[in-house]
Design a protein around this ligand. Structure first.
Ligand SMILES: [Zn+2]
Ligand SMILES: [Zn+2]
Length: 141
């Protein structure tokens, strides 16, 4: 029988200062093409692995927080490594809160073949979305 700990997803920043583990499996997976995700990732799109804020356990290091206005109203806490700047989580790290873990920070990166693509109206030319997946031109309803 497999040890339950073996199935826990782990991740961290680029320099290794901040390390975390997810104590429960993610509930959803999004590829977001919005301008904010392009800016936070400094790349073509953001990968959001959705978990409950109580299911993220920091193993080492303390992320810094930058707070911005959320597109849907209110504010959003953006957690990042104070040394290398890697963005790690968006949201409040408390039980009952929806948190987006930045997908590229996971040691085993997510399989994007079934991911939902959102804000496709902002998609960069040349980025190809698989035919069969759920897509939303803007924020999903
Ligand atoms: Zn770092
Ligand atoms: Zn986005």
């Amino acid at each position: 029988m497999a040890d339950a700990d073996d199935s826990k997803a782990t991740g961290g920043c680029q320099c290794g200062h901040v390390r975390y583990e997810l104590t429960a499996p993610p509930t959803d997976l999004y590829v977001c093409h919005c301008r904010e995700c392009r800016a936070q990732s400094a790349s073509a799109f953001g990968i959001s692995v959705i978990v409950d804020g109580g299911d993220i356990r920091l193993v080492s290091g303390t992320p810094s927080v930058w707070t911005r206005e959320a597109t849907v109203g209110g504010t959003l806490d953006c957690h990042f490594c104070p040394h290398c700047g890697t963005r790690l989580f968006h949201g409040t790290l408390a039980p009952g809160e929806t948190v987006s873990v930045k997908g590229g920070s996971l040691d085993v990166p997510p399989d994007l073949s079934g991911a939902k693509h959102i804000w496709t109206s902002r998609k960069l030319p040349g980025v190809v979305i698989p035919d069969h997946v759920e897509t939303w031109p803007e924020e999903p309803e």
